[in-house]
Write a protein that binds this ligand. Sequence first.
Ligand SMILES: [Zn+2]
Length: 124
Amino acid sequence: MKEFQTILKILQARLRGDVEQLQEEAFSGTEAGNDQRSSNHMAEMGSDAWDLDFSLQLVECDQGVLEEISHALKKIDTGVYGLCEVCVQQGKPDTKSKIPKARLMAIPHARNCIECERVKENGR
Ligand SMILES: [Zn+2]
């Protein structure tokens, strides 16, 4: 999940407006020793292109997204990143609560799996 941490940090920086500085940090690995490794990992995934495009789209979004990103970073810290919060609340085991990676690549700060998100939207 390290690559998502890097992506989320970059997105967060972009949204805050201090893009270049943070991006440099994330890729040069000055702050934490393992940032360097995750940027290499991202390159291996061939993901440099998609996350840039995606971030640019995100910039139009508002404060809400920034909060979602902070929340996702906290989930990484606590080791629950990539798990659907609704599924976990319903008591499903971690293996059944995973948000598909494809969804995380589209929405790195997603809190819920597709099914729960759908239920949530219908329930409004
Ligand atoms: Zn779910």
